[in-house]
Design a protein around this ligand. Structure first.
Ligand SMILES: [Zn+2]
Ligand SMILES: [Zn+2]
Length: 262
Protein backbone atom coordinates (compact mmCIF):
# COMPACT_ATOMS: atom_id res chain seq x y z
CA UNK A 1 0.00 0.00 0.00
CA UNK A 2 1.11 3.52 -0.80
CA UNK A 3 0.27 6.81 0.91
CA UNK A 4 0.34 10.21 -0.75
CA UNK A 5 1.69 12.45 2.02
CA UNK A 6 0.79 15.73 0.28
CA UNK A 7 -1.99 16.57 -2.17
CA UNK A 8 -4.57 19.27 -2.85
CA UNK A 9 -7.59 17.25 -3.98
CA UNK A 10 -9.84 19.98 -2.55
CA UNK A 11 -8.76 22.31 -5.41
CA UNK A 12 -11.63 22.77 -7.90
CA UNK A 13 -9.98 20.81 -10.76
CA UNK A 14 -9.81 17.72 -8.57
CA UNK A 15 -12.71 18.12 -6.13
CA UNK A 16 -15.24 17.76 -8.92
CA UNK A 17 -13.82 14.34 -9.85
CA UNK A 18 -13.42 12.91 -6.38
CA UNK A 19 -15.13 9.57 -7.12
CA UNK A 20 -12.78 8.94 -10.04
CA UNK A 21 -9.80 10.01 -7.91
CA UNK A 22 -10.76 7.53 -5.18
CA UNK A 23 -11.32 4.78 -7.74
CA UNK A 24 -7.87 5.37 -9.26
CA UNK A 25 -6.27 5.40 -5.80
CA UNK A 26 -7.80 2.03 -5.02
CA UNK A 27 -6.72 0.66 -8.41
CA UNK A 28 -3.10 1.72 -7.77
CA UNK A 29 -3.19 0.58 -4.12
CA UNK A 30 -2.84 4.10 -2.74
CA UNK A 31 -4.75 3.64 0.49
CA UNK A 32 -4.70 7.15 1.95
CA UNK A 33 -3.66 10.73 1.27
CA UNK A 34 -3.11 13.94 3.21
CA UNK A 35 -5.10 16.90 1.90
CA UNK A 36 -2.92 19.88 2.75
CA UNK A 37 -4.40 23.22 3.71
CA UNK A 38 -3.16 26.39 1.94
CA UNK A 39 -5.58 29.03 3.28
CA UNK A 40 -8.43 29.23 5.75
CA UNK A 41 -10.93 30.47 3.15
CA UNK A 42 -10.75 26.98 1.62
CA UNK A 43 -10.96 25.27 5.00
CA UNK A 44 -14.71 24.46 5.07
CA UNK A 45 -14.53 22.80 1.65
CA UNK A 46 -11.38 20.87 2.54
CA UNK A 47 -12.89 19.57 5.78
CA UNK A 48 -16.18 18.61 4.14
CA UNK A 49 -14.19 16.41 1.77
CA UNK A 50 -11.96 14.92 4.47
CA UNK A 51 -14.83 14.21 6.86
CA UNK A 52 -16.70 12.40 4.12
CA UNK A 53 -13.89 10.05 3.05
CA UNK A 54 -11.83 7.84 5.40
CA UNK A 55 -9.06 7.80 2.76
CA UNK A 56 -8.20 11.43 3.50
CA UNK A 57 -6.54 13.30 6.33
CA UNK A 58 -6.16 17.06 6.68
CA UNK A 59 -3.58 19.58 7.84
CA UNK A 60 -4.27 23.14 8.89
CA UNK A 61 -2.19 26.11 7.79
CA UNK A 62 -1.73 29.06 5.48
CA UNK A 63 0.80 28.68 2.65
CA UNK A 64 3.72 31.19 2.66
CA UNK A 65 2.99 32.18 -0.94
CA UNK A 66 -0.55 33.40 -0.14
CA UNK A 67 -0.02 37.12 0.39
CA UNK A 68 -3.59 38.29 -0.32
CA UNK A 69 -5.30 36.47 2.56
CA UNK A 70 -5.97 37.52 6.17
CA UNK A 71 -3.15 36.60 8.53
CA UNK A 72 -4.14 33.55 10.63
CA UNK A 73 -4.13 33.96 14.41
CA UNK A 74 -2.79 31.45 16.89
CA UNK A 75 -6.37 30.49 17.83
CA UNK A 76 -7.35 30.09 14.14
CA UNK A 77 -4.77 27.33 13.80
CA UNK A 78 -4.79 25.85 17.30
CA UNK A 79 -8.56 25.36 17.43
CA UNK A 80 -8.80 23.78 13.97
CA UNK A 81 -5.93 21.44 14.89
CA UNK A 82 -8.12 19.79 17.54
CA UNK A 83 -10.28 18.09 14.90
CA UNK A 84 -9.63 14.31 14.95
CA UNK A 85 -8.81 14.23 11.22
CA UNK A 86 -6.33 17.12 11.37
CA UNK A 87 -2.96 15.41 11.76
CA UNK A 88 -0.42 18.10 10.82
CA UNK A 89 0.30 21.85 10.76
CA UNK A 90 0.96 23.46 7.36
CA UNK A 91 1.78 23.87 4.73
CA UNK A 92 4.06 26.51 6.12
CA UNK A 93 7.58 27.74 5.49
CA UNK A 94 9.13 30.37 3.25
CA UNK A 95 8.71 31.09 -0.44
CA UNK A 96 10.91 33.83 -1.92
CA UNK A 97 10.31 32.74 -5.52
CA UNK A 98 7.58 35.18 -6.51
CA UNK A 99 7.40 37.64 -3.62
CA UNK A 100 10.00 40.25 -2.70
CA UNK A 101 11.17 41.76 0.58
CA UNK A 102 10.02 42.97 2.99
CA UNK A 103 8.78 39.49 3.87
CA UNK A 104 8.80 39.72 7.66
CA UNK A 105 5.10 38.77 7.57
CA UNK A 106 6.07 35.48 5.92
CA UNK A 107 8.72 34.70 8.52
CA UNK A 108 6.30 35.66 11.33
CA UNK A 109 3.60 33.42 9.81
CA UNK A 110 6.10 30.55 9.64
CA UNK A 111 7.11 31.07 13.30
CA UNK A 112 3.44 31.08 14.34
CA UNK A 113 2.85 27.71 12.62
CA UNK A 114 5.92 26.20 14.29
CA UNK A 115 4.66 27.42 17.68
CA UNK A 116 1.26 25.78 17.06
CA UNK A 117 3.07 22.60 15.99
CA UNK A 118 4.94 22.54 19.29
CA UNK A 119 1.85 23.30 21.38
CA UNK A 120 -0.38 20.72 19.65
CA UNK A 121 2.35 18.10 19.14
CA UNK A 122 1.33 17.86 15.48
CA UNK A 123 4.23 17.66 12.99
CA UNK A 124 4.76 20.54 10.55
CA UNK A 125 4.69 20.35 6.75
CA UNK A 126 7.44 22.64 5.47
CA UNK A 127 7.36 24.32 2.06
CA UNK A 128 10.57 26.07 1.03
CA UNK A 129 11.39 27.74 -2.26
CA UNK A 130 14.44 29.94 -2.94
CA UNK A 131 14.68 30.28 0.83
CA UNK A 132 16.38 27.18 2.22
CA UNK A 133 18.89 28.98 4.49
CA UNK A 134 16.26 31.16 6.17
CA UNK A 135 13.87 28.19 6.40
CA UNK A 136 16.41 25.98 8.18
CA UNK A 137 17.51 28.98 10.29
CA UNK A 138 14.01 29.57 11.66
CA UNK A 139 13.45 25.83 12.19
CA UNK A 140 16.67 25.74 14.19
CA UNK A 141 15.95 28.89 16.15
CA UNK A 142 12.48 27.70 17.17
CA UNK A 143 13.62 24.16 17.89
CA UNK A 144 11.17 22.76 15.36
CA UNK A 145 12.81 19.37 15.69
CA UNK A 146 11.14 18.99 19.07
CA UNK A 147 7.98 17.82 17.27
CA UNK A 148 9.48 17.38 13.80
CA UNK A 149 7.76 17.22 10.48
CA UNK A 150 8.45 16.89 6.79
CA UNK A 151 10.27 18.93 4.14
CA UNK A 152 7.66 18.54 1.42
CA UNK A 153 8.32 18.38 -2.33
CA UNK A 154 12.01 18.43 -1.56
CA UNK A 155 14.08 19.95 -4.37
CA UNK A 156 17.17 21.24 -2.56
CA UNK A 157 20.60 19.58 -2.52
CA UNK A 158 21.92 16.82 -0.29
CA UNK A 159 23.65 19.32 2.06
CA UNK A 160 20.28 20.91 2.83
CA UNK A 161 18.62 17.50 3.17
CA UNK A 162 21.28 16.49 5.70
CA UNK A 163 20.61 19.60 7.78
CA UNK A 164 16.86 18.90 7.82
CA UNK A 165 17.49 15.25 8.71
CA UNK A 166 19.80 16.36 11.54
CA UNK A 167 16.94 18.46 12.88
CA UNK A 168 14.84 15.30 12.98
CA UNK A 169 12.76 16.04 9.89
CA UNK A 170 11.61 13.65 7.18
CA UNK A 171 12.16 14.28 3.46
CA UNK A 172 9.23 13.93 1.06
CA UNK A 173 9.89 13.48 -2.66
CA UNK A 174 7.43 14.37 -5.40
CA UNK A 175 7.21 13.75 -9.16
CA UNK A 176 10.28 15.98 -9.55
CA UNK A 177 12.35 12.86 -8.81
CA UNK A 178 11.14 11.43 -12.14
CA UNK A 179 12.43 14.42 -14.15
CA UNK A 180 15.66 13.64 -15.98
CA UNK A 181 17.23 17.02 -15.24
CA UNK A 182 16.62 16.91 -11.47
CA UNK A 183 20.11 15.62 -10.67
CA UNK A 184 20.33 16.97 -7.13
CA UNK A 185 16.96 15.42 -6.23
CA UNK A 186 18.20 12.10 -7.65
CA UNK A 187 21.18 12.29 -5.31
CA UNK A 188 18.89 13.02 -2.35
CA UNK A 189 16.62 10.11 -3.38
CA UNK A 190 19.52 7.68 -3.14
CA UNK A 191 20.93 9.02 0.13
CA UNK A 192 17.93 9.71 2.42
CA UNK A 193 17.71 6.91 4.99
CA UNK A 194 14.71 4.72 4.14
CA UNK A 195 13.24 5.29 7.59
CA UNK A 196 13.09 9.07 6.98
CA UNK A 197 11.57 9.11 3.50
CA UNK A 198 8.03 10.03 2.44
CA UNK A 199 6.43 10.24 -1.00
CA UNK A 200 3.86 12.69 -2.33
CA UNK A 201 2.20 13.98 -5.49
CA UNK A 202 1.53 17.64 -4.56
CA UNK A 203 -1.37 17.11 -6.98
CA UNK A 204 -2.77 18.75 -9.06
CA UNK A 205 0.81 19.91 -9.77
CA UNK A 206 4.00 18.09 -10.77
CA UNK A 207 2.66 14.92 -12.38
CA UNK A 208 5.46 12.34 -12.58
CA UNK A 209 6.79 10.85 -15.80
CA UNK A 210 5.06 9.43 -17.89
CA UNK A 211 2.25 11.87 -17.05
CA UNK A 212 4.36 15.04 -16.94
CA UNK A 213 2.34 18.15 -17.80
CA UNK A 214 -1.01 16.48 -17.09
CA UNK A 215 -3.21 17.01 -14.04
CA UNK A 216 -1.72 15.03 -11.17
CA UNK A 217 -3.76 12.93 -8.71
CA UNK A 218 -2.84 10.87 -5.61
CA UNK A 219 -2.97 7.57 -7.55
CA UNK A 220 0.17 8.63 -9.43
CA UNK A 221 2.29 8.55 -6.28
CA UNK A 222 3.14 4.96 -7.29
CA UNK A 223 5.27 6.41 -10.10
CA UNK A 224 7.18 8.56 -7.59
CA UNK A 225 7.92 5.38 -5.63
CA UNK A 226 8.96 3.53 -8.79
CA UNK A 227 11.46 6.21 -9.76
CA UNK A 228 12.97 6.27 -6.27
CA UNK A 229 13.18 2.46 -6.29
CA UNK A 230 14.94 2.53 -9.64
CA UNK A 231 17.49 5.10 -8.43
CA UNK A 232 18.20 3.10 -5.28
CA UNK A 233 18.20 -0.32 -6.98
CA UNK A 234 15.42 -1.66 -4.76
CA UNK A 235 11.81 -2.70 -5.35
CA UNK A 236 8.93 -0.22 -5.45
CA UNK A 237 7.23 -2.45 -2.87
CA UNK A 238 10.08 -1.68 -0.44
CA UNK A 239 9.67 2.05 -0.99
CA UNK A 240 5.92 1.60 -0.43
CA UNK A 241 6.39 -0.36 2.80
CA UNK A 242 8.90 2.09 4.30
CA UNK A 243 7.14 5.30 3.31
CA UNK A 244 3.79 4.00 4.55
CA UNK A 245 5.25 2.99 7.90
CA UNK A 246 7.07 6.35 8.12
CA UNK A 247 3.82 8.22 7.49
CA UNK A 248 2.09 6.63 10.48
CA UNK A 249 5.20 7.03 12.64
CA UNK A 250 5.52 10.75 11.91
CA UNK A 251 1.81 11.62 11.77
CA UNK A 252 0.88 9.52 14.77
CA UNK A 253 -2.65 10.92 14.96
CA UNK A 254 -3.39 9.09 11.68
CA UNK A 255 -4.75 5.55 11.55
CA UNK A 256 -4.62 3.06 8.68
CA UNK A 257 -7.86 2.59 6.78
CA UNK A 258 -8.45 -0.97 7.98
CA UNK A 259 -8.50 0.20 11.59
CA UNK A 260 -10.87 3.02 10.69
CA UNK A 261 -13.33 0.53 9.27
CA UNK A 262 -13.31 -1.86 12.23
ZN1 LIG B 1 4.26 23.46 -1.15
ZN1 LIG C 1 1.24 21.81 -1.49
Amino acid sequence: MYIDSHCHVDFPDLAQNIDQILFNMQHNRVSQAMVVSVCLEDWPGLMALVEQHPEFFASVGVHPGYDQVPEPSYADLFERAQHPKVIAIGETGLDYYRLVEPLDWQRDRFALHLQVSKDTGLPSIIHTRNAIDDTLGIMHELDAGQVGGVMHCFSEDWEAAKKALDLGFYISLSGIVSFKSAKQVHEVATKVPLDRLLIETDSPYLAPVPYRGKINTPALVVHVAEHIAQLRGIRAADVAAHTTENFYTLFNKAHPLTETLI
